[in-house]
Unconditional design. Structure first.
Lengths: 250, 838
């Protein structure tokens, strides 16, 4: 039985054009709303599969504003059992603060396995998983595309430049997950109904934040928008098929 | 890809269902240089059409909207993009069943196939529905879904095939030029187009574009939540887009609509979520499309639970996931009607706040109006000219739509009043009316006393003659005090606040004749009358249909005053303003001149006690007007009556109105006069006299002859609609407006029921009647006639049925009640010889 903790962050949906807030401290979610990142969706999917396979549970943790309850609920709807919110003003938090708060929860509740997204979709600090592993004095795999548990040990797979890397490590452990290894599920109606009934545990931060030391966010220059017209009418079909094959969607 | 041309005959802004339908119909009607713009790509530029659920339920309580829907369905069918699925509206409560029975009335009145069915009937067609969740349903077999994007493409292509249309996608309108009150130019991100005619048909963005020309298009983008759940194994095996009928779960304000292997669940149950047109994301900023906003799941959660209870096996099936969920934007208006027609800027037209189910019909009607000045389907309720300044405020639209959104699937009483943004226009008598316990109904912002609680003592005086109503629905937004006030007016006198009238003067330079020429060419009646004459006249469109009916007073050789109802006053004002002869001017007086009605057998005595002017029948004849002095107050008195009694309409400045009101009531008291509300003025007094009202009996689809309002002679002077009016006079009418009396009100349960309007008229045994237009007769006005002890109905009947004494039936809540024709022309049911007017 594996009880997994998955950490998720309330972030603006960045699949459209990214806008910054006027103070340049965060991404503006006005037109796109909030979500959790694709990496975290993949982590949740892996956790649910492991829990289902072993009769375990998945607990969600978010360190962020009160509104992060929305993300906890919609992720609970996928088939998780419990959720914890460490309520804190996100703009005042740095990666060290987030890692410390997660560590406190892990130590308190004794989770064998902690999954996180590889990096946050908005601030992109790439630090929390490693800082967490360090704070907990646990082994970590970074950028895993899938994980398995067998005989009390963790196998983790990473898509490396030379092929798939396999890591075998003891539990307890920390894994940061990259999207792409699994197809995350969508919520079912029943899942959503069940999620409504879960009582979310709310905690206060364990310490004063040291902050992000972030001066401001900037946007990269817009990528040139190139449109290539493949043709018109039925005669264009082979060109479209060819393109799809090149993009490996066929 | 086309580029923006420098000139066009007409520019249509928007390539959603409305813009596409417009370009098609404009091309069909002979426009040959049409440019259509959209800021998005084709075929789905990202507006509301792109995410529409695309299903069409046919029956609406509004005749106008139903006709536009039926016309649209015909067009969709002709294009081959309509799939019939059938549709249910299910009821979870008895109250809703009653509403479904009322829907049956509308379906019968408008000729739509429908029936009330039990849950087992629904289960047979929708096997995955739980029958213990509801008690009955309204079944419309002709309901279906359309491919609105494909329809748009077909319509654009048809227009392009004629060579009349240039479509330019991915171009944004940046400004509109207006010169001397006319639209002249459209500026875009890709150059400017000179055009004398422009149509704003860009849905939720329309207010923003309207602002560029200084016109208000008062709609608000509002969220309608929708999710798609699937794949559902029960649907996976079916062929095509839809196999099972659509279910509208009316009491949870939700619908379930199959879309392939998925079930779409849409909701109108959540809080009103409104946006500003300026805050809609661009295509680049949006995650999906600009009008598919991020889903807010907490708003939808209660509906999920109810949907799951209704279809547990389908929506709870293994593998069925919520794969698509949006806060879809659509357009809402302060009165629920679309915004169509020419704006106050000449040549700048609007076609906005339109749903998929009306799109093609609206496109046709607006194109017809643009081309020939009238449309086959009357759309005056949707006229953009209808709005008064207070309704053009965004705040008004926000408040009203916040209130009405939850009523989208609601049970809305025909007389239901809005609660928000009231007290916008108060008559000078408002304080006094409040002291009398006035129950205020709103008319275009005016607070008008419908009746006065202070008159409740009259209930005892008149006893059962006030025709009390036992059933809550029949007596909602109603009081027997109205009928008591009516009886007191007929017995003594009533004083009525008519401040909501819309008044405007048409004047011309002395001796120019331009004022006379202006009204003469606009009105049917002879306007070249002596100064001091009052003219009651229809106003017609070019095909001889009603635009209005109103009164005109000749106050001088070159000075006419038009008095018309508040509801359509702004449209009437535009109609006259557009037809002014050079030199003539139009000045609105609505907010300067108040009107007080004084009617009843004691009216002359009361007024005479306050005035030394000659008020005798000989000295102040019917249909004349003149300045008189009423206890020191200067008043323009006009001897006419909409309630069939001796008396006057008294026009007085706002400054003096409250004083005049008090003087009339004080002087009237010894004579038994009372303040009387609009319940008497607009319904009981009117219907006893079989007086017709614009918007009820009269609209552009009705003729003077059908309404039996023709005079023996037609004036020699030309006027709009004359040629067709002359033809109508020679031909047999296709329908005849009749007054009917209900013979027996007793329902099967023994409770007496009173119709409120809209009900179908059938043969005594329930058979369908059809007039020469192919329409089925229905009640245009219903109301108490307390002086006759009858409940009267007005309805256009097939000519063969229009004879006094003919015995028919009215269907109310799916029960038949016997009725008899009491008048087959304009002869009043009460005082047929108009003796009381003298």
């Amino acid at each position: 039985m594996t009880d997994v903790l998955v950490c998720i962050k309330r972030v603006p949906d960045t699949s459209g054009q990214v806008l910054l807030t006027d103070d340049e401290q965060s991404v503006d979610a006005r037109f796109v709303g909030f979500t959790v990142s694709n990496h975290e969706h993949a982590a949740v999917e892996l956790a649910i599969r492991m829990a289902d396979a072993t009769g375990g549970t998945v607990t969600l943790l978010s360190v962020g504003p009160a509104d992060a309850v929305e993300q906890l609920r919609s992720t609970l709807a996928l088939g998780c059992q419990a959720a914890v919110l460490v309520e804190a003003e996100p703009t005042g938090l740095g990666p060290a603060d987030v890692a410390a708060e997660i560590a406190a929860v892990v130590q308190d509740k004794a989770f064998d396995l902690v999954l996180l997204g590889n990096d946050a979709a908005d601030s992109g600090d790439f630090q929390v998983p490693v800082r967490l592993a360090y704070a907990l004095d646990r082994p970590i795999v970074v950028g895993a595309s899938s994980v398995e548990i067998a005989d009390g040990r963790l196998k983790s797979f990473v898509d490396g430049p030379e092929g798939e890397e396999t890591y075998d490590l003891p539990l307890p452990a920390v894994v940061s997950v990259l999207e792409g290894g699994v197809e995350p599920r969508y919520p079912s109606l029943k899942g959503r109904m069940a999620a409504k009934k879960v009582e979310i545990e709310t905690r206060t931060p364990t310490r004063e934040p040291v902050g992000a030391n972030r001066v401001r966010l900037t946007l990269p220059p817009a990528e040139p928008n190139e449109v290539e017209v493949l043709g018109e009418g039925p005669g264009t079909a082979p060109a479209v098929v060819d393109l799809f094959e090149r993009l490996a969607v066929l | 890809m086309a580029t923006v041309p420098s000139k066009a005959q007409v520019v249509v802004i928007g390539a959603g269902i409305v813009g596409n339908s417009l370009v098609h119909h404009l091309a069909r009607l002979g426009w040959n240089d049409i440019v259509q713009l959209d800021m998005g790509p084709l075929p789905n530029p990202g507006g509301s059409t792109g995410h529409a659920s695309n299903f069409i339920f046919l029956t609406d309580h509004s005749r106008e909207i139903t006709d536009l829907t039926l016309d649209s369905v015909e067009q969709y069918q002709e294009m081959g993009v309509f799939t019939k699925s059938g549709g249910f509206e299910i009821a979870r409560t008895e109250e809703r069943m009653e509403e479904l029975r009322r829907r049956m009335s509308s379906a019968k009145a408008f000729g739509i196939e429908a029936e009330i069915v039990d849950p087992a009937f629904v289960k047979e067609k929708v096997p995955f529905i739980e029958t213990d969740q509801f008690i009955g349903a309204f079944w419309q077999p002709e309901v279906g879904v359309v491919d609105s994007l494909r329809a748009g493409t077909i319509m654009r292509e048809r227009a392009m095939e004629t060579g009349a249309l240039t479509v330019v996608p991915n171009v944004e309108v940046t400004d509109l030029d207006v010169e001397d009150g006319r639209i002249t130019r459209v500026h875009t991100t890709d150059g400017s187009i000179e055009a004398g005619t422009v149509v704003i048909a860009c849905g939720v963005w329309s207010p923003k574009i309207g602002d560029m020309a200084g016109i208000s298009i008062p709609l608000t983008p509002a969220v309608h939540q929708m999710i798609s759940v699937g794949p559902c194994p029960q649907l996976a095996e079916t062929e095509g887009e839809i196999t099972f009928p659509i279910v509208r779960d009316m009491d949870t304000f939700c619908y379930e609509r199959q879309h392939g292997a998925d079930m779409e669940v849409g909701s109108y149950a959540h809080r009103a979520i409104l946006h500003e047109p300026e805050d809609i994301p661009t295509i680049e900023q949006a995650k999906l499309s600009p009008t598919e906003m991020p889903f807010t799941d907490e708003d939808f959660d209660p509906q999920l639970e109810q949907a799951l209870e209704l279809m547990p096996e389908l929506l709870g099936a293994d593998g069925a996931e919520m794969r698509y969920a949006i806060n879809g934007l659509l357009s809402l208006t302060c009165d629920g009607q679309p915004i169509l027609g020419e704006s106050l800027v000449k040549g700048l037209w609007t076609a906005a706040a339109v749903w998929i189910k009306e799109g093609p019909g609206v496109g046709r009607a607006v194109a017809e109006q643009m081309t020939q000045g009238y449309s086959e389907i009357d759309i005056h309720h949707c006229d953009i000219a209808r709005f008064y300044p207070h309704q053009m405020r965004r705040e008004h639209t926000r408040l009203r739509t916040t209130e009405s959104f939850i009523k989208t699937y609601g049970i809305v009483h025909p007389a239901e009043q809005y609660e928000s943004d009231r007290d916008q226009r108060l008559s000078p008598m408002h304080d006094s009316e409040q002291k009398f316990g006035a129950v205020f109904f709103e008319a275009v912002g005016w607070e008008r006393p419908q009746w006065y609680e202070s008159n409740s003592d009259l209930l005892e005086v008149y006893g059962d003659a006030v025709m009390p109503r036992e059933h809550e629905w029949d007596s909602r937004w109603w009081s027997p005090i109205i009928n008591a006030e009516h009886l007191r007016m007929r017995e003594a006198a009533g004083v009525v606040d008519l401040t909501a009238f819309c008044l405007f003067d048409i004047e011309g330079p002395e001796g120019s004749g331009s004022a006379l020429a202006s009204v003469q060419q606009t009105c049917v009646a002879q306007c070249d009358v002596a100064v001091g004459k009052v003219i009651y006249t229809p106003v017609l469109d070019a095909k001889g249909g009603f635009v209005s009916d109103l009164t005109v007073m000749r106050l001088g050789e070159d000075h006419f005053r038009v008095v018309t109802g508040g509801a359509h006053g702004q449209s009437d004002k535009k109609w006259f303003a557009d037809r002014l002869v050079e030199g003539a001017t139009l000045t609105e007086l609505t907010d300067e001149v108040s009107t007080i009605g004084l009617w009843g057998p004691q009216a002359r005595e009361i007024l005479a006690s306050l005035s030394s002017d000659d008020l005798s029948h000989e000295g102040f004849g019917l249909l004349t007007c003149r300045e008189i002095t009423v206890d020191g107050i200067s008043v323009l008195a006009s001897r006419i009556s909409y309630v069939g009694e001796l008396g006057w309409e008294l026009y007085v400045s706002f400054a003096d109105a409250a004083a005049l009101w008090e003087k009339l009531l004080d002087a009237g008291q010894p004579h038994g006069a009372r303040p009387v509300g609009i319940g008497v003025y607009a319904t009981t007094g009117r219907i006893e006299k079989s007086y017709r009202a614009f918007g009820y009996e009269l609209d552009a689809e009705r003729t003077i002859v059908e309404a039996s309002m023709q005079r023996p002679k037609v004036k020699a002077a030309d006027f709009v609609g004359k040629a067709d009016y002359l033809k109508q006079r020679e031909a047999d009418p296709q329908a005849v407006l009749c007054t009917l009396a209900v013979d027996d009100h007793t329902s099967a349960s023994g409770v007496k029921r009173y119709m409120l309007g809209g009900e179908p008229i059938l043969t005594r045994d329930g058979g369908t009647l059809t007039d020469g237009h192919g329409h089925h007769p229905h009640v245009t006005t219903a109301g108490s006639a307390p002086s006759l002890g009858k409940h009267l109905l007005l309805a256009f009947l097939p000519p063969a049925e229009a004879s006094v004494g003919n015995e028919l039936a009215v269907s109310y809540m799916e029960e038949l009640y016997p009725v008899t024709v009491v008048s087959a022309d304009a002869t009043p049911a009460f005082d047929p010889d108009n003796l009381r007017m003298r």
